[in-house]
Design a protein around this ligand. Structure first.
Ligand code: NOJ
Length: 571
């Protein structure tokens, strides 16, 4: 059946256009990107040395994971001073030079904003636990004797969300590590201090923020017990809480709206309906990261178990987000970040079709409606690493959960839980960037803080630069295509085969000045060779890009090779 695509609403008005919608973002995890001073830890100068590489990808914005002063219990998501740079990463002068050099290359820089919690070493917490009246209510404290936590809420990293503090003789709430106490956003002074901090960074000339777990700020009155069977116990009382929109609207009104910036909120358990309240045209934020597509390979709700994933479920989720955001809400598109295992190892085939599946997954991400975020190394098709012993792990989340699994089930040792821990650990995203095939992958001259993936002898930037057909060069083509085709940015999304179990095919359509442009994307997500008939209508089909060597053919019926991706223009 032909599809009709010339509705007036396909047109994009000037008001709807925005630089951040037309951007591609590259995420840098500084600890693992490039070490300039030989201490085994990446740093700001190391990053500055590689800016030409990042610019060569054609991306527009860099998102930098936290570089603030921190004891690094959770690699910088535990901030002890919002206005200082962590010493091992460099100095404020290094950071200022970095910003300048990013801007000199016509790119922008966005910073991580982590304000649901601070580090236990933050001055506010130090004062708060001593009962200093100015700060005593900066965190969420509850009376108790150390035997019985105030409620049954759990930490995302495992165990109770409450820690008893001997000094104050009370419990404090920490939805993440015990070293990360939650700020009390109900306290107006906390909000004002955070808004001042945001303004301080914006005045330094940054171009926006990625906001860490930002829909967790508002906790339900009375902190009631949560459903003990839910995925994250207590979450119905602290996710999208009662004051959430009010807090963000105040942040927007007082600070954000005074600057030409982009904002993207990381929002656990976000649904499309909820998202519309945050990211519609007049919502406080520009975009949100949701997690629905990152849970397909859980076993049911269980993160620390691996299940089979289903392409039709991915289509349902993506379709919902592509078409369901109301009021011009805008999507953030991602597969990977510093918390997710490598996508080729999850939804591709890292052994038989690493190159093809990495390109296929990239094609998908860069041809959807929204702003794509490429995570460092994704453009090389980096894979999960082997985590042969517990000693190799660095991630507090993976270590806590490995220990929990070992305690709670009938396991004798790490080998019994290794498969799931090695698959799921956030460390997979944090192995050093693979620059070349030398001992430490060109990341450092010293012993790196975390193991280098042994496949760096094959998968690395130097090799990829020399290979016309590499994943890296394919990503460059994808970014370039997207930058040239507004239809890939703004066009309407239509799924052509919602029920097909291995092929994903969709069109992106946009009408401008009376002319309709349609792009067709056909993706074989698995290792077989399916033939599909597609309901498309066109006079001429031009193949714009493929991860196989193909020439133009008629896309109404195609036979696809393993993990094949094709992008056509239909006229
Ligand atoms: C989400 C961040 O992405 C993750 O790395 C961190 O551990 C938690 N928030 C807590 O800040």
């Amino acid at each position: 059946m032909p599809i009709q695509r010339t509705k007036p609403e396909d047109t994009v008005s000037d008001d709807e256009r925005a630089w951040w919608k037309e951007s591609v973002v590259y995420q840098v995890y500084p600890r693992s990107f490039n070490d300039s001073d030989g201490d085994g830890v990446g740093d700001l100068r190391g990053l500055a040395d590689r800016l030409d590489y990042i610019a060569s990808l054609g991306v527009d914005v860099i998102w930098l994971n936290p570089v603030y002063d921190s004891p690094q219990e959770d690699n910088g998501y535990d901030i002890s001073d919002y206005r200082a740079i962590y010493e091992e990463f460099g100095t404020m002068a290094d950071w200022e030079r970095l910003l300048e050099e990013v801007h000199d290359r016509d790119m922008r820089l966005i910073m991580d904003l982590v304000v649901n919690h601070t580090s236990r070493d933050h001055e506010w917490f130090v004062e708060s636990r001593q009962g200093n009246p100015e700060y005593e209510d900066y965190y969420i404290w509850r009376e108790g004797d150390g035997e019985d936590p105030p409620n049954n809420w759990e930490s995302f990293f495992g165990g109770s969300a409450w820690e008893y503090d001997e000094e104050r003789e009370a419990y404090y709430l920490h939805l993440y590590d015990t070293s990360q106490p939650d700020l009390d956003w109900a306290n107006e002074d906390v909000r004002q201090d955070v808004f001042d901090t945001i303004e301080w960074w914006l005045e330094k000339g940054i171009d926006g923020f990625r906001m860490d777990v930002i829909n967790l700020l508002s906790k339900a009155d009375g902190l009631p017990d949560g459903d003990p069977d839910s995925e994250w116990v207590g979450s119905e009382h602290f996710i999208d809480g009662p004051e959430m929109t009010a807090y963000l609207e105040a942040m927007d009104e007082q600070v954000l709206s005074n600057y030409d910036i982009m904002t993207v909120g990381e929002m656990p358990q976000l649904t499309v309906d909820e998202a519309s309240t945050y990211v519609s045209a007049d919502g406080p934020l520009d975009m949100a990261f949701h997690f629905q597509h990152t849970k397909l390979d859980y076993d049911g709700d269980e993160r620390w178990a691996v299940g089979d994933w289903d392409l039709t479920e991915l289509k349902e989720i993506v379709g919902r987000w592509q078409t369901g955001l109301e009021g011009e809400g805008w999507n953030a598109l991602y597969w990977e970040n510093h918390d997710q295992p490598r996508v080729v190892s999850r939804y591709g085939d890292p052994v038989n079709y690493r190159r093809e599946s990495a390109k296929l997954l990239g094609t998908f991400m860069l041809t959807l409606r929204g702003t794509p975020y490429i995570y460092q190394g994704q453009e090389l098709g980096m894979t999960n690493a082997p985590w042969e012993s517990m000693d190799d792990l660095r991630d507090v989340d993976a270590i806590n959960h490995a220990e929990e699994l070992l305690e709670s089930e009938d396991h004798e040792g790490y080998d019994d839980v290794r498969d799931v821990v090695a698959y799921r650990s956030r460390d997979n995203a944090r192995t050093p960037m693979q620059w070349d095939d030398s001992e430490h992958a060109g990341f450092t001259d010293a012993d790196p803080w975390i193991q280098v993936n042994p496949n760096h002898d094959e998968v690395n930037v130097e090799a990829a630069e020399a290979d016309e057909d590499s994943v890296l060069n394919y990503y460059r083509d994808l970014v370039d295509l997207r930058e040239r085709k507004d239809t890939l940015v703004y066009g309407e999304y239509d799924d052509l085969l919602p029920d097909h179990e291995s092929v994903y095919a969709y069109t992106r359509t946009m009408t401008e000045d009376g002319e309709t442009e349609q792009v067709l994307v056909v993706l074989n997500f698995f290792g077989d060779r399916p033939t599909v008939d597609l309901p498309v209508q066109y006079d001429e089909a031009t193949l714009l890009l493929s991860n196989y060597d193909r020439s133009d053919d008629a896309p109404e019926s195609v036979t696809l090779a393993p993990y094949e991706a094709r992008i056509y223009q239909l006229d």
